[in-house]
Design a protein around this ligand. Structure first.
Ligand code: DCP
Length: 221
């Protein structure tokens, strides 16, 4: 068993989930204003530069060749965040080992992008991880968008690696997020889920955030 928080009290841990382009970064930026919250944004920088290699870019360029490498690295960086010793009583994480397996690896498995043996290795690793206390979470915030809105945002932000993302890919990833966190008929939810309407634009989204703000801020007396 590994337990990175050994001898410390585990912070109230919130994972922020939602399709690509659903607004996770904006959500985290908003909660950054609170002094008692540690905000851990996704380690995109690391994914774009693992000892000089842009693994995110490689994964989109040649998914069959690089998806296993990329998802292995995603898993490592997510575990690092799960294990992060928060100086604050509340920790907010962008994504988790759960969405890596239940959404992205799931999609790659369905599309035969990942071979059965590669998926078997990922699954053994994942099962071991989630049986350890460090990956426990207390709340899931699901930023729910339509795939149309998420797609439009991806086009607008124009990340060079993401140019090959098709609407169909995003729609299927959306359906997987929905089945996992909204309909709850795919895999298990690691904690209670709060669903927010993340289709709203920046001018009105903060009002929507209020729906989960007290759950998060009042989690620790
Ligand atoms: N990604 C992936 N596999 C994962 C996690 C992410 O292939 N296990 C990819 C999908 C995106 C990029 O990494 O190309 C970042 O996706 P996220 O949805 O995690 O983050 P965003 O930057 O899209 O978040 P948002 O726009 O909601 O702020």
């Amino acid at each position: 068993m590994f337990n990175c928080e050994k001898n410390t009290t585990r912070p109230f841990t919130v994972i922020v989930e939602g399709n690509i382009g659903s607004g996770k970064t904006t959500f985290l930026d908003y909660f950054n204003q609170y002094e008692n919250i540690s905000v851990l944004a996704e380690p995109l920088k690391m994914w774009r530069n693992c000892n000089g290699h842009n693994l995110l870019g490689l994964m989109y360029e040649d998914p069959k060749k690089w998806s296993f490498t990329f998802q292995s690295y995603v898993s490592l960086t997510m575990v690092q965040h799960h294990c992060h010793r928060s100086p604050h009583p509340i920790k907010l994480m962008e994504r988790s080992v759960y969405s890596a397996r239940y959404c992205f690896v799931e999609k790659m498995k369905r599309d035969s992008i990942l071979s059965e043996p590669a998926t078997a290795v990922i699954d053994e690793h994942f099962q071991w991880l989630i049986n350890n206390p460090s990956t426990a979470v207390d709340l899931v915030v699901y930023l729910r968008t339509t795939p149309e809105v998420a797609y439009e945002r991806i086009i607008q932000r124009n990340r060079k690696e993401e140019k090959t993302i098709s609407f169909d890919y995003l729609k299927e990833l959306h359906d997987i997020h929905e089945d996992w966190l909204f309909y709850k008929n795919l895999h298990h939810c690691p904690a209670p889920v709060i669903v927010l309407n993340a289709n709203l634009d920046k001018s009105s989204i903060e009002e929507e955030y209020q729906k989960c703000q007290s759950h998060i801020l009042n989690a620790i007396p």
